[in-house]
Design a protein around this ligand. Structure first.
Ligand SMILES: [Zn+2]
Length: 305
């Protein structure tokens, strides 16, 4: 087996190559997409000439955003690409998100994708981490200063803020990422408040893929609370990056693992080597090495295993 992080994660094994979350899908090379965020979706998805494997949830979102046909992966069920065996596990990041376990040539490799062991209101479950020989993991928040508060506490603070704004005659507007975070915000306003929720047209389009979660919203902005994917002045912001903000209406609700979650992922997977990608990948690999775990920031040169 060999791997590199160039056009997404590229794995070669038993004479075949697969691409995971590539920037560009290549003709005839099977492609796995871990979730529907645009930085994990090949830019030529609409014209791809290869099999694209995704979970059911991801297929619903991708169809709304790009159209297309997909080969569906079911969580926890293995399938084979040539002699490469692949399993998808829920990664808790957004609806449909998956980590992939790859077995080939007697080696197991687990790719976390974007991962959230705490889960959320609009995901299938918190992340499931597989034991593996090799772990390829995200490191978006791979520094010790990133310790997220309990998400239940952040959700209730956001709900309380929205209700207070409405009671005091202001119109609470919440800005959140189009795919995933917006739906989390709609779900929490539905569950924690009696405010009617309106959403921007684009959020409504994507949210149709979330039918199974029973989200309640309208597209008429004269409602009690509004969720938009655009940045607006005075809008509340909901993102992990709000962790150090002093602004009253910034809420650090993240769809990612924080630093300490990342460490527990390594512990669960118990690999002989960790490869880090995204965010603070270099720094996180250095920290792992200092505590005695073999680790490397994965780059675009092939690594033979
Ligand atoms: Zn993502």
């Amino acid at each position: 087996m060999r791997l590199r992080y160039g056009n997404g994660l590229e794995v070669e094994c038993e004479g075949r190559r697969i691409l995971i979350d590539p920037k560009v899908s290549l003709e005839g090379i099977p492609t796995l997409i871990s979730h529907a965020h645009s930085d994990h979706v090949p830019r030529n998805l609409r014209t791809a000439k290869s099999d694209i494997f995704v979970t059911e949830g991801t297929s619903y979102i991708l169809r709304r955003l790009y159209g297309g046909n997909y080969k569906i992966l079911h969580y926890n069920e293995g399938f084979e690409i040539g002699r490469i065996e692949v399993y998808a596990f829920p990664s808790g990041h957004i609806f449909g998100s998956a980590g992939f376990l790859i077995n080939c040539e007697g080696i197991s490799l687990f790719y976390t994708g974007d991962v959230n062991p705490r889960g959320g209101l609009t995901v299938e479950s918190p992340a499931r981490i597989a034991r593996s020989d090799l772990l390829v993991m995200e490191a978006t928040y791979g520094l010790p200063r990133f310790r997220f508060p309990n998400p239940e506490v952040v959700r209730s603070k956001l709900a309380r803020w929205a209700v207070k704004e409405a009671i005091e005659g202001r119109f609470p507007v919440i800005s959140a990422y189009l795919v995933g975070k917006s739906q989390e915000v709609i779900a929490l306003l539905n569950r924690y408040t009696n405010l009617e929720v309106s959403v921007s047209k684009r959020i409504a389009d994507v949210s149709e893929a979330y039918e199974k979660f029973g989200l309640r919203y309208v597209t008429d902005r004269d409602s009690m609370a509004h969720v938009t994917h655009r940045a607006e002045m005075n809008a509340a912001r909901v993102t992990g990056w709000a962790l150090f903000s002093k602004r009253e209406s910034d809420f650090p609700l993240s769809a990612h693992a924080d630093f300490y979650d990342l460490l527990s992922i390594v512990e669960h997977s118990n690999p002989r080597k960790v490869f880090t990608v995204y965010g603070f990948s270099k720094e996180f690999a250095e920290i792992l090495k200092k505590i005695g775990i073999e680790a490397e920031d994965l780059r675009d040169t092939w690594i033979e295993l």
